[in-house]
Design a protein around this ligand. Sequence first.
Ligand SMILES: [Zn+2]
Length: 275
Amino acid sequence: MPELPEVQTIVTGLNDILKGKTITSTYIYDDMVIGYPEKEQFIEKSRGKKIMSLSRKGKYIIVNFDNNQYRLVIHLRMSGKLLYKERQEGREKHTHVVFEFNDNTDLRFNNVRKFGRLYLIKDDKFENAGNIDNLGLEPLSDKFNLKLFKEMLNKRKGMIKPLLMNQEFIAGIGNIYADEALFLAKIRPDRKANNLKEKEIRELYKQLRKILQKGIKMGGTSISDYVNALGETGKFQKELNVYQREGQKCKICSEEIQKKKISGRSARFCPNCQK
Ligand SMILES: [Zn+2]
């Protein structure tokens, strides 16, 4: 699933490309991916809208239209993709929604597993756009400081890895960056959040922000099928220390990377480096 760095890469790329373009037609080939409103309304209300900018909240992509009355909110979930193409280029398999622009280009929403969702909201009624209203703090924002992170963790009795992935706790972190940040902070993923030492919290805070920034800088992580809007892969997969490296040697101490189920999701860690 695309996480904060992947979604940010898509948003930054599309922002440059789509700014100023007007949607002339919208085609929906599978209603299932339309979260709000109804298909006909979605098609009608998106037509004629001019794109001003794109932004991100957690793992959501937000397309802001010119009068700010309407916004298109996109959640890619598992394998959703937004692809920018010349209209003449053949459509990919599993293309469920196509936005046609006034200059013979398209933005295509492609999703093999149909878990992704598109919402067209009016007057900032974000309650109609999935869980966007319930998202926690942005980890790269100024608001998210060390003191606050400490307070947030002290109130939580659960394990640290699922907590980092809880979108209502912090927005945008998933399996990849949670595993990697915990490795760099030398903390086992099954440690209780309120049991972390002061020094560990400081290290986790630092590594979390560092790794997300690095992920953005490298254009995200392409492991299964993530690509940006131009179909290009990211480079962060080369930096991975533990994610999907179970059974391989730790890059620091050569111990075998372990995999363990925590709250139903796989966590990877080095049993030697992480305490
Ligand atoms: Zn190690």
